[in-house]
Design a protein around this ligand. Structure first.
Ligand code: C5P
Length: 214
């Protein structure tokens, strides 16, 4: 039976002024690969994505967003219809508190930008949006990969956290390959280094198995 996947992907952009922004190195490749794999298997896919240079996978409902707040609102709106939600986006944790209408002029030697916390979309899935389907998050870590992922699994009430070590140059951000640690509530396993496309197919199958077990 086809399922409905909701996937967040890519970075978010948080405006500093009309011409500048804060963002990160997420390419969106992992999320797009999962979206493509799920659609290829005949599932319905809603892909909510921050700005990337990638082609939208065939057969996917695409919702482009820019900021964390826009991603939050799109997710809140569409998650109710989903069976499986995969949060692969690298959402900016903070945004500038005030965005002037005009470009900020260069003046003193130092400048301070005050930031305010963005909403945590994954943590809101169960607690704010009432989502009770299969919930999968990602964790980009530079140290204590498994312990940090386990903390996220519990705090954000996920069925699975897919963790990767972004301190390594050969995998993770902006690369074609990845190597994934899978942290479930009762076990930990891993998927060996492979292309994001082939890992995406494996993740889609794991998500479907988790969904069947619910
Ligand atoms: O806590 P951390 O940001 O490392 O958690 C990563 C997971 O949470 C990812 O699945 C990411 O998509 C999600 N997330 C989110 N909204 C945020 C921050 C992270 O959905 N504001």
């Amino acid at each position: 039976m086809p399922k409905h996947f909701l996937i967040t992907a890519g970075p978010t952009r948080e405006a500093i002024d009309p011409v500048r922004y804060i963002s990160n190195h997420s390419s969106g490749k992992m999320g797009y690969a999962i979206a493509g794999a799920a659609a290829h298997e005949g599932h319905r896919v809603t892909l909510i994505s921050g700005p990337t240079t990638l082609d939208v996978p065939h057969g996917v409902d695409f919702l482009p967003v820019e900021t964390a707040q826009e991603m939050y609102e799109a997710t809140e709106r569409y998650i109710k219809k989903a069976d499986i939600a995969v949060f692969a986006a690298a959402v900016a944790d903070y945004r500038p508190i005030a965005v002037p209408d005009q470009k900020i002029k260069k003046s003193s030697d130092t400048m301070t930008i005050e930031l305010v916390k963005n909403p945590d979309i994954l943590a809101s899935a169960r607690s704010q949006f009432g989502f009770n389907g299969t919930l999968i998050g990602f964790a980009a870590e530079t140290e204590n990969v498994i312990e940090n992922a386990r903390g996220k699994l519990e705090r954000k009430q996920c069925d699975l956290i897919v963790a990767n070590d972004v301190s390594r140059k050969d995998i993770g951000f902006n690369t074609a390959d990845n190597e994934l640690n899978l942290v479930f509530p009762k076990k930990v396993s891993s998927l060996e280094k492979a292309s994001k496309t082939s890992l995406a197919m494996e993740l889609v199958n794991i998500a479907l198995e988790l969904n069947q077990g619910e």
